[in-house]
Design a protein around this ligand. Sequence first.
Ligand code: CAP
Ligand code: MG
Length: 415
Amino acid sequence: MSGISYEDFLDLSYTPTETDLVCTFRIDPAEEMSMEAAASRVASESSNGTWAPLHIDDTFTDMGATTFAIDGDTIQVAYPSGLFEPGNMPQVLSCIAGNIMGMKAVDTIRLEDCEWPEAIVEGYPGPQFGSGVRREIFGVDDRPILATVPKPKVGLSTERHAEVGYEAWIGGVDLLKDDENLTDQSFNPYSDRLTESLAMRDEAEDETGEKKSYLVNVTAETNEMLERVDEAASLGNEYVMVDVVTCGWAAVQTVRERCEELGLAIHAHRAMHAAFDRLPDHGVSMRVIAQVARLCGVDQLHTGTVGLGKLANEDTVGINEWLRSELYGLNDVLPTASGGLHPGLVPQLMDAAGDNLCIQAGGGIHGHPDGTRAGAAALRQAVDSVTEDVPIEVYAQGHSELATALEKWGTETPR
Ligand code: CAP
Ligand code: MG
């Protein structure tokens, strides 16, 4: 018989193996708790330890994690890959972002980053299309794809919602997007909305000669969600939208499988992420949420607006770079910039975030003084000004919709 104790999970001479999952945390130890003791408890509680010393015998498989680095308030923990069930994202998060978030040994703890080894990555499908949606669905690879969410976000009748979509598609956006608050309510039922919107989509395609598609929100209980996915595919749509944090990663994994069978792309909205990532010293960073989303296989993911829009953002550029980085052959994810965007912000956005993007605007299109169609045209013109390398104010001289948008909103962040 021997034992394990929560003090034994610290070894500053340990070098992670190539199969270890390495997690970086920032921690603030509780009063009278040393950094070393708190760091050791993080590794213990998130692997095979607990608050009390334990007895073990030789039938025990050691799946203990090791805190191997401490630098100021930053610690690094290596987890053996055998600790994790292959392909089970909820189980991974129960370990690395579970009980430790509430441990009294730390006042605050934030999971900042993960380095995912091939041994774990190979259990996940990754995105089916990733940024390939631009080329494969729209035949476009020299500009961001553009999306719009009708506003008011809820309360529009089905007919009105579809008309707003039509206006926006004709004006120049590629994608109509449901708001996350809109699923299957009586004022605008899912099936009716899907059918009517796709009929409008077909008209808009005929009139513009461009490919158009619909980010229809299927978010619901998992079985219900699968039925909605099936319906979207059977009516000839190319996408579904899933609110990935609120519906949970297990559900995302199930939807991803079905979408592979049906050839549908997944647009991931991220409502509730700020409950985890907004406090700078506690929770789970958006970077890690984005990593989880890529592993589980979403094709597009909201990652913020580089701080230009209406919502607080964390390191959009760094997250976008990670989403595009090589990850044992997994496809990349197309970042979606959204939240308070309008045409005047597009040059700054593309300067910081590039053109391999989806740009999504609600108020910045439907709030245009001349309505949705003009608003959509203005957003498209703003993108054209960047791709044609003409200053936006100059481009606006020959494009009245853009000129009106600039008069209204300038190039400022909205409040
Ligand atoms: C944008 C939006 C999106 C947010 C989500 C909204 O509308 O539809 O849900 O962008 O934020 O309801 O706020 P506006 P994020 O264009 O009218 O702001 O992308 O940061 O997850
Ligand atoms: Mg919304």
